[in-house]
Design a protein around this ligand. Structure first.
Ligand SMILES: [Zn+2]
Length: 420
């Protein structure tokens, strides 16, 4: 990192630090707490907050409950401030949301799709373009989670849907040549990433992997993905396709997987496996509702899947020695419904030294929202830089501004350690 030397550079650096702190705490800390956390002088903090408010990056509200003495101010997102558009593309539907600094999510649209690349991505691209037009310069980037490995430039493979090297930005109608028009506009290209890696990132920032040095995150939907998280970073691998623990032979089977390998763990854990054990049709991203029905009613199918999950978790615990194993998506529900079966199935596969001090296993603090929130984090990671804030200032004319349409959206918050 470049060291700030001039007072202007120092100020720019502190603006980023302050906004980052507001974002990471979920806009829940008072100005004086943040001032202390960041080791700033009180006067410096006042000047920084005033400047950020002028730039429509921050807005202060009085704390809901303030102790005796002066009322306390809580810096949070500005009503005309930056927004990350984030999408979670699943095998059967997508969700698009606008996210404020601090992590509050406003769902803009949810739509089912037919499982084809065009059917999923073309309408999503249109929706993104429409919301960008409506929200104007407030949109500082687009992040997108997809249920498959994502290679450089947004090439996605979802083999069981028949997606092979699908060019996501192209199908969204967002092309590289449109990026950086005139050199001062925010990039049009979305940040495309794997849903498991994004869910793990969100868990590390706002969930149960916060402050954890070595954690293991598993995201279960139709099948399963998993990734090791070290010091808050999901290990992406050399080509950012590392979140694929689901394609290791950890379930004990030898069934051929669409990925080209045999015996993949992901075939034994998730909605597809639940449907298969219940004797129902499965595959192709179909049958979510029936799988939820199986999860709620078919104890035997649930226990079978939980046992496969437990066996694989034990193998990964042997290898990586995580402090915590977190489960998102269907994984949290499997843990809730069949935690004992999961633990009992895993135990014989644990090394003795691991059995003495097994890691905690926890359902995600973020419910099904992890992938979407991780996509948001990736956008704000790019924005919360001195360059990102400078670009915001340049693109910030005093003109009519819009906010997400309050009539047609839902605000959602989660019960976790941090408000969102
Ligand atoms: Zn596989």
């Amino acid at each position: 990192m470049k060291i700030a030397t001039t007072s202007g550079e120092l100020r720019a650096h502190n603006r980023v630090r302050l906004l980052r702190a507001v974002h990471d705490c979920g806009a829940a800390r008072t100005r004086s707490q943040l001032t202390r956390d960041l080791g700033l002088a009180r006067g410096t903090a006042s000047v920084l907050v005033a400047g950020l408010a002028d730039d429509e990056l921050l807005h202060e509200e009085p704390a809901s409950e303030h102790a005796r003495g002066r009322p306390t101010q809580v810096p949070g997102p500005h009503p005309h401030g930056p927004l990350a558009l984030a999408a979670d593309v699943r095998e059967d539907a997508w969700e698009l949301a606008a996210c404020e600094l601090g992590g509050r999510v406003t769902v803009l649209e949810v739509r089912p799709h037919d499982g084809t690349p065009e059917g999923a991505l073309a309408p999503l691209g249109e929706a993104v373009a429409a919301h960008r037009r409506r929200l104007g310069h407030r949109v500082v980037g687009v992040g997108m989670a997809l249920p498959g490995p994502v290679r450089h430039g947004g090439l996605v493979a979802i083999t069981h849907l028949g997606w092979r090297s699908v060019n996501v930005p192209a199908l969204l109608g967002l092309h590289p040549h449109a990026a950086h028009r005139g050199g001062s506009e925010p990039p049009d290209l979305p940040i495309v990433g794997n849903d498991t890696a994004f869910a793990a990132l969100a868990e590390a920032r706002r969930g149960r992997l916060r402050g954890v040095r070595v954690g293991l995150h598993l995201h279960v939907d139709f099948d399963l993905g998993g990734v090791l998280v070290v010091d808050g970073h999901p290990l992406g691998g050399a080509g950012e396709t590392g979140a694929e623990f689901g394609h290791m032979p950890l379930g004990g089977g030898d069934r051929p997987c669409d990925c080209g390998a045999i015996g993949c763990w992901g075939m034994d854990v998730g909605a597809n496996a639940l449907l298969r054990h219940a004797g129902l049709a499965y595959g192709g991203g179909r049958g979510r509702e029936q799988a939820e029905q199986v999860l709620a009613t078919n104890e035997e199918a649930v226990a079978t899947v939980a046992r496969a999950l437990g066996r694989g978790v034990a193998a990964l615990v042997n290898a990586h020695d995580p402090e915590v194993v977190t489960l998102s998506g269907l994984g949290a529900e499997l843990w809730e419904r069949a935690g004992e079966a999961l633990l009992a199935a895993g135990e014989p596969y644990l090394m003795t030294i691991r059995r003495d001090r097994p890691p905690r296993i926890e359902g995600s603090a973020l419910g099904w929202r992890g992938a979407l929130l991780g996509a948001m984090e990736s956008v704000f990671d790019a924005f919360l830089t001195t360059e990102g804030l400078e670009l915001w200032r340049k693109n910030h004319p005093d003109q009519a501004r819009d906010t997400p349409d309050q009539q047609n959206v839902m605000h959602s918050t989660f019960e976790g350690e941090n408000p969102i």
